[in-house]
Design a protein. Sequence first.
Length: 107
Amino acid sequence: MAIDRSSVQQERAVALLAVVADPVRWRLVAELATAGTRCVCDLLPVGGVAPNVLSYHLKVLREAGLVTSAKRGRWVDYSLADDAHTRIAAALPTACMPQAQVTQSPC
């Protein structure tokens, strides 16, 4: 069965998947998905990068709408956006296929 998506939808899907394809951002998304809201100070060891690089990766995730942030004094707390899981799953090419045709689970 052919995947029927407009070119705009395909570009958006590719852009979203490119955001999470980066290993640092993938670790951050995975951490927020399992641990919930985390202070940026707690994400430093997860990212495994310098603080300025971590800030850049969190900004990319925020701009993609995959994480939200809330300022708490001098710290910032990050959470996975409510629709992040759904948006990432919908971006996959298999999202357009009937469930019966999807033979392997990504987990």
